[in-house]
Design a protein around this ligand. Sequence first.
Ligand SMILES: [Zn+2]
Length: 641
Amino acid sequence: MKFFCSVTPAGRSKYFLISLLFFWINQSSAQSRYPKDYLLFPIMPGQVNYLSGNMGELRPNHFHAGLDIKTQGREGLSVYASADGYVSRIKISWGGYGNALYITHPNGLVTVYGHLKSFNKAIGAFVRSQQYAQKTFEIELLPDSTLLRVKRGDVVGLSGNTGGSGGPHLHYEVRDLQENVLNPEYFGFKEIKDKVSPVIDRIALVALNSEARVRGEFGRTELVPVKAGTNEYTVNQPVSVWGKVGLEMLTSDLSSGTSNRNGISGIEVKLDGQVVFAHRLETFSFDVSRSINVHVNYAQYLRSKNRFQRCYVADGNELNTYKTDRNRGAFVIRDEAVHKAEVTVYDAYQNETRLRFSVKGVPPTAPATVVQAGSSSAPFRFDVQENTLVLKRTPAQQGNQPALLYVKGRPVPAGMAYQRGKDAVYLWDIRRGLPDSVSLAQTTPATSFNLRAVVPAGRRFLYEEDSLNILFDERSLFDTLYLQTDREGSKYRIGRADVPLREAISVRLRPNIPEGSRPKTAVYMVSGGRLSYAGGMWVGSEIEFRTKEFGTYTLAYDNDPPFAKLEVNTPSRVVCRISDNLSGIGRIDAWLNGQWLLMQYDYKTNLIWSDPLDPKQPLKGDFVLEVTDKAGNIKKLEVRL
Ligand SMILES: [Zn+2]
């Protein structure tokens, strides 16, 4: 803009006014989004509190949406309403947030309190009356703004460990009216102190296409940075790279007074002084939280349980928390110079940690031309990484004989890319064609791949074969999929477990199951020798199920009813222990003298306990308990109390 080029005195003052205006707009929008001193800290306000989890922390299939506030290792601490408002939602579930309360405030903010042990008297009475009216423990209620009004500082419940909670704590969230979660740490709570900077445990560099190399290989190299001062790290030697290379960071945040490793708030990467990637997780919507599976290296997470955060934006990533250059954060190195990288990792309290390292461009060298004498029957091993098919074989002798890939039956030669240890490595960009097998020469036996189809992302796609079909929705995939399937007896391998799905796929299996056993036969995921229930609906002789995970699936017949045993029986309390050996608990119902009786359930302890509508009435008479598993087997317990 011309205005900024010729700065006259008048122009300068105009510029000054305009920047002041921008400053004011930014400040006031930040203030309306994060009003300071508006929210009361919900646990032990005014005292120092500690977090066992913060917002943005990397969790299975989602970014953690709020704070996990420690509750002195126990349940029953008072939980306070953060501001005036009304209870707008109550959700009670076996898993998830357990007993959860949502309060809507007049400025549009919503605060969420999860894993509660109990609600206050008024809320508790309302919930129980609704549970009895609907004869269900799991319930979702949306009271209107007049029903349950609260004042800032009211005790709304007691902290607990209900639902999918691994220990007593309060899960606390702040959302806006559009259901975006906001980082509670930006609301100026003095209860949390953090003067400790994030730590960087490891970094990785990964080749992003078949032309790229890291230390001479198409692959991934992990490095352990060394301390180079307070909050400073370095990597001593330059790393040799070529082409399009991605950086990954294994990093977490520490805070004062606790050893918990929490999530960082942001990463910024500079290459040769230019910002190429920035990520700041301040707010996000639940719809895009599964993008975490492409924000991190998902395959590496499954292998090592370490969540390396990518410092480049992978295909299909819907988070809007990034700012990048035109290479979407990837390093593209095509000269033989040394390039300096600088990574800054920070938390929500402006504590920063910096890493400096360098990469050096080293172009790939063609393997020496040695003609291999004789043929070798060494088989090919294969792997698919993004769009690249990686083939390895250990020949009897050194040599660089090309491999023959069969694409739709037509042999296409693929030269050896490089030698690694004893292995000859061949690389094939699958976008050039999907091969079905490979051999060393037309005279040698071929190794077949189980690469069945190229499935595009963003479109409905039906894949069909004899024993199964898979329907992909528009949103099922993050990225183009080179679908691998296999069948081994009753086990169906559907895709690769280390490829993440964004949304569910529908799978239809055609197993040979006699009609009579079908109702109690369901689909189970096989992982680590364990079966986990995946559901399934029979449509004639076919069973259809939906899943958000690729992997190995099988069918199993569950004819065993759940286990149920009376543990405690007093006039004020009935406690039973329940469990199921295969499909899992599906439904719990109890009656006292023919009247439905609410039973609370904690799946972590396998206990259910009575919660009568009128706690003053002694539990006397005929008690009937029915526990149903997901296959429909019912265990009935009848006791005279
Ligand atoms: Zn939580």
